[in-house]
Ligand binder design. Structure first.
Ligand SMILES: Nc1ncnc2c1ncn2[C@@H]1O[C@H](COP(=O)(O)OP(=O)(O)OP(=O)(O)O)[C@@H](O)[C@H]1O
Ligand SMILES: [Mg+2]
Length: 250
């Protein structure tokens, strides 16, 4: 980090992932990541773009401590995930990371408030504290008046706002989002990006999102493109000018 005062919070070093997909009579190796290095700085909004099948979700799973790479290493705030016990990894997933998925992944039988409050239970908060914190997060995404609705009583965009509130409720240092606007129309998608941005400002989290959505580029401080399991290039805001529907490079 010499000469750069920004603090690296996610350090992906030569990460490889080979899936062993078995057919009935043969097994095929799929090289989803072919040695990828990328660093993300604290408090930045980092967007990872790339075509379908390029390895974005695989990278998301590696950074999110959801999958172990077959090569290389991932360090979160200087700690190598490979050095952690299952209990320590569970704590990292609970306290350090917040996840947002394309399909919201809300529990259908629980109200919006209960969905958002659930991670606070694992964090050891009392019900009262947890619900208070959940209500604050729902208010930031403009849904405090829908707290007692079930997910099925909410629109897709509202469900994703509940999922965002849930990702932030334990005040994690890193928020990971995989195609958070993938199931939403363009206007609702923009709203989701704006809420992610305002939570980033209010809570000071680092946001890493993998996406196909060009709108995400207008919110991102830096962006990376991956192709065929490799990092193709990285740019920051000053290097690209984002126009309606198109991207111009300087
Ligand atoms: N569990 C798995 N077993 C075998 N191959 C897999 C598995 N998961 C992903 N792959 C393969 O790894 C490659 C990368 O997949 P990945 O899901 O990371 O792509 P992606 O960039 O997220 O694509 P998309 O934009 O469509 O979501 C693809 O070729 C995919 O078929
Ligand atoms: Mg994907």
């Amino acid at each position: 980090m010499a000469g750069d005062e920004r603090r690296v919070i996610v350090d992906v070093r030569d990460v490889k992932m080979v899936y062993n997909a078995r057919n009935r009579d043969q097994s095929t190796h799929v090289h989803a990541l072919r040695g990828l290095d990328v660093q993300v700085y604290e408090n930045e909004f980092f967007a990872i773009m790339g075509p379908s099948g390029s390895g974005k979700s695989t990278l998301f799973n590696m950074i999110g401590a959801l999958q172990t790479p077959t090569g290389g290493e991932v360090l979160l705030d200087g700690v190598n995930l490979a050095s952690l016990s299952p209990q320590q990894l569970a704590a990292v997933r609970c306290f350090e990371l917040g996840y947002i998925f394309q399909t919201y992944n809300l529990l259908p039988v629980m109200s919006a408030l209960m969905n958002v409050a659930l991670p606070t239970v694992f964090a050891g908060m009392t019900t009262e504290e947890g619900e208070k914190r959940a209500m604050e997060c729902l208010a930031i995404v403009g849904l405090d008046d829908r707290a007692h609705h079930l997910p099925s009583e909410l629109s897709g965009g509202q469900q994703q706002r509940v999922a965002i509130a849930r990702a932030f409720v334990n005040k994690p240092r890193i928020i990971l989002a995989d195609e958070p606007t993938g199931n939403l129309d363009s206007k609702t998608g923009q709203q989701i990006i704006d809420y992610m941005k305002s939570l980033q400002r209010e809570m000071g989290a680092t946001i890493i999102t993998v996406t196909h959505d060009d709108k995400m580029l207008s919110a991102a401080d830096r962006m990376a493109w991956i192709r065929d399991g490799r990092l193709e290039r990285i740019a920051d805001r000053s290097q690209i000018e984002i126009q309606m529907g198109s991207i111009k490079e300087h």
